[in-house]
Structure formats: C-alpha cells, structure tokens
Ligand binder design. Structure first.
Ligand code: T1G
Length: 725
C-alpha cells in the first residue's frame, strides 16, 4: 500500500492503492510506518511522498465511512499521522500529480513543501459527500491560503488546478510531468533549509481581520446555492473556529463537527449517490450483455440533425469533447441561427474566462454545417434532435439509413417516443438507439440511453462510452412511453394539476416542491420549458385517438377511464405558453422575463373550472401536496424496475438527481423511499388509491409491496428485481 525506498539521502514513499490511492486504514498505517522509518534512518535527510498511477491521493476511502473499517496496526488517527509528519525534523515534500483531494490535500499540507505538475488539481471536496475535512483541512487551509479562499474551497468542494493553487500559496512550485524526478530534485534543494515557517499549524490565519464579513458572505452563498444541505454550514463553522481558537482546540472542534456530519443521513445519501453515479456507465442488461463483455465502437466524427436549442446544445457537448460535428438543418436560415447560437455561447464562455479565445476558435473549427444528408456518408454517429413527431422522425431515420455508412450508429434525442417504431424506418434497427439529452445539453450531465428491442449490445456500449467521453453520466434504460425520467415525471405533473383542480394554487404546490429541495417547482418548470411542447404531444395523441374512432372532448376529465386534467390545454388555448409569452401558470413582467408572479387570472380560472366541474375547492395541506406529488413518482420508479425498463434502483436515482434536480442529499427517489420506509409508502399509496381509483398511478407497485414486507437494504433490491424479469 505504501512502498519505501531510499535514493542516496532521499527517502521515497510511494502510495499505491489503485485506482485513486484512497486513504484506507492500511494506507494511513503505511504512511505512518514509512515516515517513522525515514525519521529513524540516519542516512535519510529528506523525504518525498508521491502517488503511484494517475493520482497523488484522492482522499480518504469513502467506502470506509459507512462500511466496516479495517483494523489498524497503528494507533494513530489520520490527523495524528499528519501532525507526526508536520513535526518531522527532516523536510517532507509532497510531489503531486493527478489529484490531491480531501485527505490527500490534508496529507500534503502536513508536508513542509508541495510541488505539483501543471495539470494537477487540489481541493477539499468532502462537503460534496456530506462531510468535512476531518484531518486538519479546515484549520491548515485558511493558514495556508487565507480565510476567504479556504471558505470558498471547503464550502463548495470545488477543485482548482495547479496554477491557481500556486497563486493562492497552496503549492510552492509547478514542475514538469516527471513528478518523482522533480520531487527528488526539489527535496535535495531544501535539505538544509530551516523548517520554521513551513509547519502550517504554527502559522497565523491569513485575513483573520476580515473574518466576520467573509464568514457571513460564505453563509449567504451557501443559503443561496446549496439550499437544504447541512454539510456546507458545518464546514464554514469548522473553518470559523480557526480564527477563534488555538490550533489544537480548533482541531477538537473539527473532529466534533466531523462526527455530526459523518453520521448524518445526508452524508450517507450523498455517498450512495457518489457510487451510484460511478455505477451508471457500467451498464448491465440482464440476460443480454454488460459493459465488461462488449466493446464500444470508436466515434471519431458525428452529425446532429436539427439546429434548435437541443441540437445546438448536443453539438456543443460533442465539440467540447473534441469530436468534429456536422450540423444539419433543412433550411439555411435555421442553420445560420443555430450556428449563431453556438458562436454566442462560446463567446459568452470567453467573456466569463471559462475558455480562451483560441480555445473557442479551435472548438468552432470542428463544426461543419450542411443542408443535405449526402454529407453524412462518413460520420460514425448521428444524433437526431428535431421536435417530437413520429412521422417526421421516421422520415429522417429512413433518409439517414440511406445516406450513412452501414456501421454508423443512429440516435434519436426523443424524450418520449417509441424507439422501436423509429428503428423500424431503417434496415439497421440494431444500430438505432435513443440518446435523451437534457436542456441545456452542453451542461446537463444526464444522458438517458434508450435501448430498443433490436438495439445491439455494441450500440449500447458505444453510446455509453460516448456519454462518458462527452462528460455525461450515461444510464441505459429500456423502451417504453417516456422512458424512465419522463415516465415518472408524468405522475408528478398530473398529480400537481389534480391538486389545482381540488383547491391548491400553483405557487402552493411549487413551494412544497422547492422546500423539499428541488430547485424549481412543477409549474415554474412548465412555464420555463413552454406549455406548448406538451400540448403538441398531447394533440398528436388526441389525433391518434380520433383516428381510432374515439372523439376527444376538450373538456374531458377522463381519457379511457383514466383521470386527466385538461387545464394545460386550456392555458395553451389562451396563448399562455409560459415564460416565452409572459404568461403561463404564472404571470411575468414581459415575455422572456424570469421572475414568476402569482396571477389572479389563473386563480379565477381555477375557481371557475372547479365550479364548472362541481369540485368543491378545499385547503390542501403541504403534507398532502408532498405525498401526492412524490409518492406516485416513487411508486412509478418501482413499476419501472418491475417492467425491466431500469435494471437497478441506483440508475433511477442517478436519472432524477442529474436530470430533474432531485436533491442529491436525499439520495434520489428510490433511496429516499427506503429512508421514509417502504411500508409507509406502500400504505400511503393504498390509502390514496382508494381515494383516487381513476388514477392508475396510485395503484401500488407489486415490487414495492413485496420489498415493503422484506425490509431489504437498497443494495439488495436487485435480486427481487431480477427474479421478476
Ligand atoms: N474512496 C474510494 N473510492 C474512490 C474514491 C475515494 N475517495 N475516489 C474515487 N474512488 C473510486 C471510484 O468509486 C471509482 O471506482 C474509481 O475510484 C475511479 O473514480 C480525511 C474525510 C479522484 C477526481 O471526495 O472526485 O478525504 O467505479 O470514476 O473521473 O478529511 O473519483 O472504478 O469502482 O470518479 O478519474 C474526499 C472523490 C474523501 C474524492 C477521479 N475525496 N473522488 O475521477 O474517476 S473524504 C473525494 C473523485 C476525505 C478527509 C476526508 C474522483 C477523482 P470504480 P472516478 P475519475
């Protein structure tokens, strides 16, 4: 785990715990033992510590917080090991490459010098997994780089690159990529230098005089950006101790606050989410194939069909990953508008300092445009992103099938339509798959990859690997109406509207949703994305219905015996499409404005609606709003598992956290259900099903019922799921 060797008078400690050199008990013990050995070795004058493989040390082993701890040979805790390093009279140099994160940076701060390669990153990301730096990070970092930057880094968990770390004084020098050679050379140069002033715990906190202002600014930022999370608050509290107490006493406070957080349900949920996000790309379709049995195709070039918001966003996601893209539109004007959108977004990134002008120019140089599918004969992959219309998509896929080489993978960015039907327009259904991106596609991390009946394992592997390459978290799901995310969302939006019919107002429903931690309410999001989008899809469904001989009544509150709310259609008929028209479920100052206002017209519309349909409006409690919005959504998640549309509960949680703003600190809907208690969810579902028998989303899932009886931990639901498929 930690290797020791000596080169002349330099002791070299190599941490070797793949894949990221996480600090397990054995690594901690190994560091202690090797430092002791170096201290006692009279031939050693200086010590270098570095990491084997891609990283220096990426922090404590996250498995260790909830799982069983390995027993330790050495009694010292990690903070004690770091204090032991700092106290050494032989200088210790941390030679950093890859990342020095969490406990990794804390170990580096226990050293007397830190050097790093230019691409190395450092940070204290503990807050992101619900805890705080528990090995002196909250006390040494403000001494090293100042209170302001330390509060920022520790409360946000963001990583910074070596050049910025150098500016902040976190590292002493940037060196070439041959990190060990550089470490040894640096070590030799500091052998005789006095260590006074190099032991960070002995230094004063920089910027202490501005503490009050800096701490209150950090707290204000947390309240705004990390609403509902307890860890950022405790992280700030721990850093604040650095200006109130001497180092040793403040370390005791750090340990105390660490215990509060590490035992919290938010920390467990965040750590579950951490591992779930890393599980998602490792797809598994029981009985078909899995990520470790199939090789993906290498995508060298891609095309995107449609230069609207979605198409341009997808093109940017590909360009950002250095994949050359041909953007195709049917009309020159649309194409030019799309290109301008991309150029403007890159120009914005340059203004914000996220890209240099040269980088933006390079990315744009990989963008080609075309008005003809004939230009797509050599691309490896095409992503269609036109509006949701089956006939149009089939026409496009038939054309693509003719124009593209036989090995090209054809993807649809549909958010709800049948992938098998789209694939049926081609002679290569094995190479057709859904790649459902989320707006804005260059930013949102979720990629819901929808496999059709005939999609080949190689095609699945290809889009999963493409997803990782373009920085997404790809999740494989099966083909059904609206797939996983939107299928579950459907129950939530329906129920939110039923609540309006019965007495609630949009802002009342939205505030319960936001209080739970979803950043934007159901009606606010509907106004943001435009009510007309759903209306267009519904109108297609009404047309289908009419074609099958059933007349659609625009006032109908039931379709095929199922409760339905025509309120969304009513708003659209009045031209209330949301923000873009300055009115939707809310009123806006002008079209395109962001701030929603309660609209008296909507209140009157709802009252008239209830009267017309003989519904007595009543005050609906926040608890009822919560259960009615979220329990059917959770229940639908169990049905999705039952149907084999998702194969793991973790995948559903990843979808909701990364595509729909579900608060990560609750772990996702399935994990959260487990926290509430599946028996409680099941009983509540039964209760509401009796009240609302015409809404099938209240019918409790059989899987939920069975799991509720068994009280299995979420990691073992898979067996139940597999036994049903
Ligand atoms: N513990 C255990 N496993 C870890 C790990 C960790 N800290 N970090 C990564 N892994 C696993 C991960 O699950 C995956 O496993 C593999 O490594 C590659 O990761 C004392 C209390 C380092 C930037 O929070 O941010 O220190 O899926 O897919 O994109 O005060 O991993 O292959 O089986 O993410 O190249 C603080 C978390 C801990 C760092 C690499 N440290 N890690 O990214 O690969 S708490 C963190 C990351 C702590 C101290 C406190 C990233 C990465 P598998 P990956 P990557």
């Amino acid at each position: 785990m930690v290797d020791y060797r000596r080169e002349g008078n330099v002791a070299i400690l190599t941490v070797n715990n793949p894949p990221v050199n996480a600090i397990s008990t054995r690594v901690k013990d190994g560091i202690y033992e090797c430092i002791s050995r170096a201290k006692n070795d009279t031939k050693v004058s200086v010590i270098v510590i570095h990491g084997h493989g891609k990283h220096f040390i990426a922090g404590a082993d996250i498995h260790g917080f909830s799982g069983q701890r390995e027993s330790s040979k050495v009694v010292a805790t990690l903070p004690e090991v770091i204090a032991f390093m700092e106290a050494s009279n032989k200088p210790i140099v941390a030679a950093i490459h890859g990342t020095a994160l969490g406990g990794g940076l804390e170990i580096a701060m226990g050293c007397h010098y830190r050097i790093a390669t230019k691409s190395a990153r450092v940070g204290q990301p503990e807050v992101l997994i619900g805890i705080l730096p528990g090995a002196g990070g909250t006390q040494r970092l403000p001494r090293l780089c100042g209170l302001g930057p330390a509060l920022d880094l520790i409360s946000t968990g963001r990583h910074i690159k070596a050049p910025q770390a150098l500016k902040l004084g976190i590292i002493d020098k940037i060196v070439s990529d041959d990190i060990l050679k550089e470490g040894i050379a640096f070590a030799k140069a500091v052998i005789d230098k006095p260590l006074n002033g190099r032991r960070i715990s002995t230094l004063p906190v920089k910027d202490a005089e501005n503490a009050e202002q800096l701490i209150s600014a950090a707290n204000a930022s947390v309240r705004k950006r990390q609403r509902g999370m307890m860890a950022p608050i405790w992280n700030i509290k721990a850093v604040a101790e650095s200006i109130k107490l001497p180092f040793d006493e403040a370390m005791e406070k750090e340990a105390e606050y660490f215990t509060v957080l590490v035992t919290s349900s938010q920390a467990r949920a965040l750590q579950y989410a951490f591992f779930s996000e890393r599980l998602a790309p490792k797809w598994e379709v029981p009985g078909v194939a899995s990520y470790n049995t199939v090789k993906p195709m290498n995508i060298k070039t891609a095309a995107v069909i449609g230069a609207g918001t979605m198409g341009t966003g997808i093109a940017m996601a590909l360009l950002n990953a250095r994949i050359p893209v041909t953007l195709v539109e049917q009309n020159k004007q649309f194409l030019e508008k799309g290109v301008k959108m991309i150029q403007d977004l890159y120009a914005g990134s340059v203004r914000l300092g996220k890209l240099t002008a040269d980088q933006a120019k390079y990315l744009l140089s990989n963008l080609k445009t075309s008005l003809s599918y004939d230009d797509l004969s050599t691309v490896d992959c095409v992503i269609e992103a036109v509006y949701e219309n089956m006939a149009l998509k089939k026409e496009i896929f038939a054309k693509l099938d003719n124009a593209c080489k036989p090995s090209a993978v054809l993807c649809s960015n549909t958010s709800s339509l049948d992938i098998d039907e789209i694939a049926s327009a081609t002679k290569r259904p094995d190479k057709v798959i859904g790649t459902h991106f989320f707006v804005p596609a260059y930013y949102m991390r979720l990629l819901e990859n929808v496999r059709g009946k005939l999609t080949s394992p190689e095609t699945i592997a290809t889009v999963q690997s493409l997803g990782v390459r373009i920085g997404k978290i790809p999740v494989v799901v099966g083909n059904c109406d609206s797939f996983v995310g939107n299928r579950m969302l459907g129950t939530y939006t329906s129920e939110a509207q039923f609540l309006l019919e019965e007495g609630a107002l949009p802002h009342e429903v939205d505030s319960v949703i936001k209080d739970f931690g979803i950043p934007i309410g159901a009606f606010e999001v509907s106004d943001l994305s435009g009510l007309d989008i759903g209306w267009r899809i519904r109108k297609e469904r009404y047309e289908k219905l009419e074609k099958s001989g059933k007349k659609h009544d625009p006032n109908a509150r039931f379709i095929n015996g199922e409760r339905f709310s025509p309120l969304g259609d009513t708003l659209c008929e009045k031209g209330r499409f949301g923000r873009k028209t300055g009115m939707g479920w809310y009123r806006y100052e002008k079209p395109g404005a962001k701030e929603p206002f309660i609209d008296a017209e909507i209140t009157t519309l709802l009252e008239d609606y209830s009267k017309k349909h003989n519904i007595t409006r009543r005050k609906i409690s926040p608890q009822e709003i919560f259960e009615r919005c979220f329990y059917p959504l959770i229940n639908e998640g169990f049905k999705v598992l039952e149907d084999g549309i998702a194969t793991r509960p973790e995948d559903i949680d990843v979808i909701w956290i990364n595509g729909y703003g579900w608060p990560k600190y609750t772990g996702g809907p399935m994990y959260y259900a487990n926290q509430i208690g599946l028996d409680k969810i099941y009983d509540t579902m039964c209760y509401y099903y009796e009240q609302h028998p015409t809404s099938s989303h209240w019918r409790p899932s059989a899987l939920l019922r069975d799991l509720a009886k068994q009280q299995l931990p979420i990691s073992q639901w898979g067996k139940q799921v597999a036994s049903r498929l």
